[in-house]
Design a protein around this ligand. Structure first.
Ligand code: HEC
Ligand code: HEC
Length: 245
């Protein structure tokens, strides 16, 4: 009798087992798919969050989103550059704020030389400083890392000479049309005179007036248009850019 029940139960368990095995696989698959959907949605939320931050920054600072994004990237790069500057020992030779120690002062270095010179100064100093250069070659730094360090070096150059503003000034230089009359970098054009080195020659206020109210210095008949509507900060940025030539 017992034997008989056993015989009856075996196929029952067998059937129950396989009957549930199939939905189990199905459920696991559904779980995986749902997890995958949530992951994708979380990614979208994260990227939308970043976009919101960017747009908030753009609205607050009244700059186009591309500019706000670039400034955020620049800030991150400066942060990485700062870490490299201390971890690679630049700090010991050039000082915490580029004030110089065993190595020369690095304040203003970013305006004095072009990028190529600076990159070589760091990765292969013998090129510019001769075979007896005291500055070690940092040939192992990746291009990105050198870029980060250079961005950090710009923070040694205070106030008006800050790189972010120079970049903004350069864009304004092109956008406002200074480029058409004074050339790409102040070399002069058909209509406008060369103004290379002008920020070193004249006082800052004098130059500001040249841009916003040129008739004051150049008389009513001057061909230099008055940029009287350009916001103060933008004029400052343009002058920062002019500082570089
Ligand atoms: C052992 C000291 C020492 C260390 C470490 C060092 N430097 Fe220098 N650096 C110098 C000296 C000295 C010079 C001047 C050129 C020469 O004689 O080699 C120089 C020149 C430079 C210049 C060119 C400046 C000019 O006016 O010509 C730059 C830029 C520079 N260093 C950046 C860096 C960075 C960035 C680091 C770290 C990655 C660094 N240095 C690490 C000693 C050092
Ligand atoms: C339509 C052409 C034109 C445009 C656009 C223009 N300029 Fe000028 N700019 C001139 C001319 C011409 C003069 C010479 C003024 C004179 O002698 O009457 C001048 C003079 C100047 C001077 C004084 C130079 C000196 O030695 O006295 C400065 C500084 C200057 N411009 C900056 C700018 C900036 C910055 C912009 C853009 C915001 C700009 N200019 C746009 C034509 C132009």
């Amino acid at each position: 009798m017992l034997y008989g029940i056993g015989l009856l139960l075996v196929p029952f368990f067998f059937l129950a087992g396989t009957a549930f095995a199939q939905p189990l696989e199905e459920l696991k698959k559904q779980l995986d798919e749902t997890r995958e959907i949530i992951k994708k949605q979380q990614e979208i939320i994260e990227s939308q969050k970043a976009k919101i931050e960017l747009l908030e920054k753009a609205i607050k600072e009244k700059v186009p989103p591309e500019v706000a994004e670039r400034e955020t990237l620049l800030k991150e790069s400066i942060e990485r550059g700062k870490n490299i500057y201390s971890s690679k020992g630049c700090l010991e030779c050039h000082g915490e704020e580029g004030q110089g120690a065993k190595g020369p002062v690095l304040k203003g270095v970013i305006l004095k030389y072009d990028e190529e010179f600076l990159v070589l100064s760091i990765t292969n100093p013998t090129v510019h400083h001769g075979p007896k250069a005291l500055m070690p070659a940092f040939a192992g730094l990746q291009n990105d890392e050198v870029g980060d360090v250079l961005n950090f070096l710009t923070t040694f150059t205070p106030g008006r000479e800050n790189l972010e503003r120079i970049e903004r000034g350069k864009r304004l230089w092109n956008k406002l049309g200074c480029l058409q009359c004074h050339g790409l970098r102040g070399e002069g054009g058909v209509t406008g005179p060369a103004i290379i080195g002008i920020t070193k020659k004249y006082k800052y206020d004098w130059i500001r007036l040249c841009i916003t109210r040129p008739e004051v210095h150049h008389g009513k008949k001057t061909e230099m248009p008055a940029f009287s509507e350009v916001p103060f900060m933008d004029v400052e940025a343009v002058i920062d850019f002019m500082n570089t030539f």
